[in-house]
Design a protein around this ligand. Structure first.
Ligand code: 13P
Length: 255
């Protein structure tokens, strides 16, 4: 059985005290949740990763970074390397988010390069892909998803102990309140799973978690998780309130 992953991408939200308050609340409440195969993750901003890790140590809550540098170390002002994240104890890193693609020139090639940096440090990449509204309206969703999968993952070898999580985030559903219908999401998730069968192996495809992201909230998570190929959510806005995040972790655990 695949894991169910409830991952909060906080983007550029919450300072130190809010991060601590959230983590303390969630860690304490999660003691009463039987997680079963559910993994809860939050991705705070870089400056607060350390404190979030310290406050969540030994709990069911994992901490992710929102990005990682293409470089190992040196004169790269403002960048944070995979080895720096590993030195903190970070186990997950989001890469290729559409906001990084849109505002920071991220491409499939740079996503792939960042993935290799994360692998070197045994950090699991959460690789984001997804089409824009114009691409969907032009019936290009399948082509875009396949091209992003080829661009990000082809020639990437999965060795023993390495894991990849894929997040399908249709750009038109991010922060818009307009969630993909479960059918729309499932269709793309099935396409991704099929690509994994064809390009890796059936066992790899069977075990890889594919998350949906785009206006996920406590109200719509259950019907998304009911779809065969949807293994969790990458959640922005609704992950910022501890009670909503906990409600979604509970939904995952009950699935
Ligand atoms: P929202 O849940 O706010 O739509 O954001 C989704 C997202 O971009 C998660 O990475």
């Amino acid at each position: 059985m695949r894991k169910i992953i409830i991952a909060g991408n906080w983007k550029m939200n919450k300072g130190l005290s809010e991060t601590i308050e959230f983590v303390n609340t969630v860690v304490s409440a999660m003691k009463d949740i039987k997680l079963n195969r559910t993994q809860a993750i939050i991705a705070p901003a870089y400056p607060f990763l350390h404190e979030a890790l310290r406050k969540s140590v030994g709990s069911g809550l994992q901490i992710a970074a929102q990005d990682v540098s293409l470089n190992n170390d040196g004169a790269y002002t403002g960048e944070v390397s995979a080895s720096m994240l590993a030195s903190l104890g970070i186990k997950y890193g989001i890469i290729g988010h559409s906001e990084r693609r849109q505002y920071h020139g991220e491409t499939d090639a740079t996503v792939k390069a960042r993935m290799l940096k994360l692998f070197e440090q045994k950090i699991t990449p959460i690789v984001c892909i997804g089409e824009t509204l114009a691409q969907r309206d032009a019936n290009l969703t399948t082509d875009i998803i396949i091209s992003q999968l080829n661009g990000c993952l082809s020639e990437i070898k999965l060795q023993a102990g390495t894991e990849i999580i894929i997040a399908y985030e249709p750009v038109w559903a991010i922060g818009t309140g307009r969630t993909a219908t479960p059918q729309q999401a499932q269709e793309v998730h099935a396409l991704i799973r099929k690509w994994l069968v064809d390009n890796y192996a059936p066992e790899v495809a069977e075990n890889m978690a594919i998350l949906y992201g785009g206006s996920v909230k406590p109200d719509n998570l259950k019907e998304l998780l009911a779809c065969q190929d949807i293994d969790g959510g990458l959640i922005g806005g609704a992950s910022l309130k501890a009670e909503d995040f906990l409600a979604m972790v509970k939904t995952g655990a009950e699935n």
